[in-house]
Design a protein around this ligand. Structure first.
Ligand code: AGP
Length: 617
């Protein structure tokens, strides 16, 4: 939701903090700020993007070896400079600054108590209570490290924080629970040590590849010459330092204009990476999902999939696949709904969470709730190793899509689908519903996916042309049937989130039960038209739209032989790709929303009101 960077070094860290924020800007981009220690505690904040903060920081000429910085996605309190982080507390000779990602659920009670102690609040944020709380401890004699350690025991909710104190000019203290924070261990140009904190590795690649993932409840003190970690029980802890495999190139735009464009075109490679272990094999093994997978998948009698947004759509596609190929019943729930409703936990349920980030608060809470209900067989499909979801699940499968920066998820979705198809096959095999011949056929089709996707990407010029006609529209309908209905849903989500065109998806058979009333000449209707068992039914649905004057934009498999005519625009794709077809059919929909967004001049990678990782409710 928000991005945090902290640094304790012997050189000016302001450029490092700002570059780190640039890399984290996908996590939030309403406002940004930094605070530094160099004799004084200086704070610079700006509403808007990191570029606006940079301008302010240049004007203020801040230059310091210690500092913290933040890019914000507003939760508590509007987008104003007063609400931008860092938040500040001062008095009795002490000055404290705090940056925070997450939500402090008991902030009102803490605020009341702190007000009674005389603290005055200058923002509407929940974060400001942390600044005053830490200040109250420092004033009573604690070091910053001690103050943060006792203060986090009072915080309820999710947080990653970084804190500095004027009294300790070379120290930054961080802590995390529920929101990510990692430690970066580096060496400056003259061989001297320096240490960092950040929400993710991408912010630190500029200075180090060596990182340690902090555990839930950890508190860490960093100084240029070292660091100290204590765990949730306040006991000394050590966390392994690992060399990040993330390359700097993976997070650069390169030849592309936007991350979304880059990520759409990276999909053939991302799928090839995700399927690497599968495509080389002649048969699939349950161990792809973890050491205990054979036992867990073998005893699975039904499946519950929990996810949000695009990842939820991947789960919906998986339901069609698993029920048809592995013959196991599947329910798919929006995580934010599931976590708060009474549901009946069935024995031998495999709970699957799907997430690009692995830190989506609703999905994490839904997983915890499912476990509380006694469903302990868990599997997560995720793009981020070491993420909270991965660590909290017994089984796992990593989508190897590489970092996804654009807020609109693209390559994460198609790699989730590829992973879910592998899972479908493994489940079918474990339950005796996949013979060797069919397994071989499906592995061969999966091997062909990257090439097929390259072929689909060739439709971009035609899609760009359609986008010009779409750009002035304010509404659009998306239709699909069967396993392609969730693909229509994903197409509608993509269009609305980056172009702000109101888009809705319907199972095409539902049209006449209501939405047909919306169709007139001004309503573009986008249709996902694979040549599957439902194609003749779908063709009838298209007639229903044409009869009401609606203009059809049909992405059709070449072998459907739907011909263009007045009001019926067709882009022909490949021949039908069998069960893997949804993975291909979503690509032109991604391209459509990308080009419509370009034509409308909206911010493709950072659409209004959204953030990449939704680490709060
Ligand atoms: C997708 O384009 C969205 N930005 C959003 O729906 C996203 O898929 C959702 O927030 C879930 O995120 P996750 O996959 O990281 O859990």
């Amino acid at each position: 939701m928000c991005g945090i960077v902290g640094a304790a070094a012997r050189r000016n860290v302001v450029p490092i903090l700002i570059e780190g924020l640039r890399k984290l800007e996908y996590r939030g981009y309403d406002s940004a700020g930094l605070a530094t220690l160099n004799g004084n505690l200086d704070r610079v904040r700006a509403v808007g993007r990191v570029a606006d903060l940079q301008t302010r920081a240049d004007q203020a000429r801040v230059d310091a070896p210690t500092g913290i910085a933040h890019t914000r996605w507003a939760t508590h309190g509007g987008v104003t400079e007063d609400n931008a982080h860092p938040h500040f507390s001062a008095g009795a000779g002490h000055e404290i600054c705090v940056v925070h990602n997450g939500i402090i659920e008991n902030h009102e009670a803490l605020r009341r108590r702190l007000r009674e102690q005389g603290y005055v609040f200058h923002s509407d944020t929940d974060t400001e209570v942390i600044a005053h709380l830490v200040h109250s401890r420092v004033v009573s004699g604690d070091t910053l490290f001690e103050a943060v350690r006792s203060c986090v025991r009072e915080l309820q909710g999710a947080y990653a924080i970084a804190v500095i104190s004027k009294a300790e000019p070379d120290t930054v203290v961080g802590s995390r629970r529920g929101s990510p924070l990692l430690l970066g261990v580096g060496v400056d140009g003259s061989g001297k040590g320096e240490n960092f904190l950040a929400s993710d590795t991408s912010a630190l690649l500029q200075v180090t590849k060596y990182v340690a993932y902090l555990e839930e409840g950890d508190v860490v003190e960093i100084r240029p010459d070292g660091y100290t970690i204590v765990d949730a029980d306040d006991a000394p802890a050590s966390r392994p330092i690992v060399e990040s495999q993330l390359s700097a190139d993976a997070i650069e735009l390169g030849q592309y204009s936007h991350y979304m464009q880059k990520e759409i075109f990276e999909q053939p490679g991302a799928i090839a990476n995700t399927l690497e272990m599968v495509a080389g094999a002649s048969a699939l093994s349950p161990e792809l999902f973890g050491a205990d997978a054979a036992e867990i998948l073998g005893r699975t009698r039904q499946i519950l999939i929990l996810a949000c947004g695009t990842s939820f759509h991947a789960g919906l596609v998986a339901k069609y696949w698993i029920e048809s190929i592995a013959k196991l019943p599947v329910s798919v729930e929006i995580a934010s709904e599931y976590r708060y409703r009474d549901s009946v936990a069935l024995p031998d349920t495999l709970v699957i969470t799907i997430s690009q980030s692995g830190e989506t608060a609703d999905t994490l809470a839904a997983l915890q709730y499912a476990k509380q209900l006694g469903q302990s067989d868990t599997l997560t499909i995720c793009n981020v190793p070491e993420s909270a979801l991965i660590r909290q699940s017994k089984l796992r499968f990593l989508t190897r899509a590489g970092p996804e920066i654009g807020v609109a998820s693209t390559k994460a979705f198609t790699t989730q689908l590829a992973s879910l198809f592998v899972l479908t096959m493994v489940l079918a095999k474990v339950h005796g519903r996949l013979d060797a011949k069919r397994e071989h056929e499906l592995i061969t089709q999966m091997r062909h996916l990257p090439a097929a996707m390259n072929h689909i990407l060739e439709c971009e010029p035609a899609v760009r042309h359609w986008a010009q006609r779409f750009a002035p529209k304010e509404h659009a309908l998306f239709l699909g049937r069967g396993v392609h209905y969730p693909i229509a849903m994903e197409g509608a989500l993509k269009l609305k989130e980056i172009s702000y065109i109101h888009a809705e998806a319907y199972a095409a058979g539902e049209l006449k039960h209501g939405p047909l009333a919306l169709v007139d000449r001004s309503m573009p209707v986008v249709v996902v038209a694979p040549n599957d068992a439902l194609i003749e039914k779908l063709k009838s649905n298209l007639q229903e739209v044409r009869a009401r004057g609606g203009e059809l934009y049909v992405f059709a498999d070449r072998d459907t032989h739907i011909d263009p005519s007045d009001g019926v625009n067709i882009i022909n794709l490949h021949d039908h790709a069998g069960p893997l077809s949804p993975i291909l059919h979503v690509v032109p929909l991604q391209l459509l929303s990308y080009h419509v967004s370009l034509a409308r001049g909206t911010d493709v990678d950072k659409p209004r009101n959204l953030a990449k990782s939704v680490t709060v409710e």
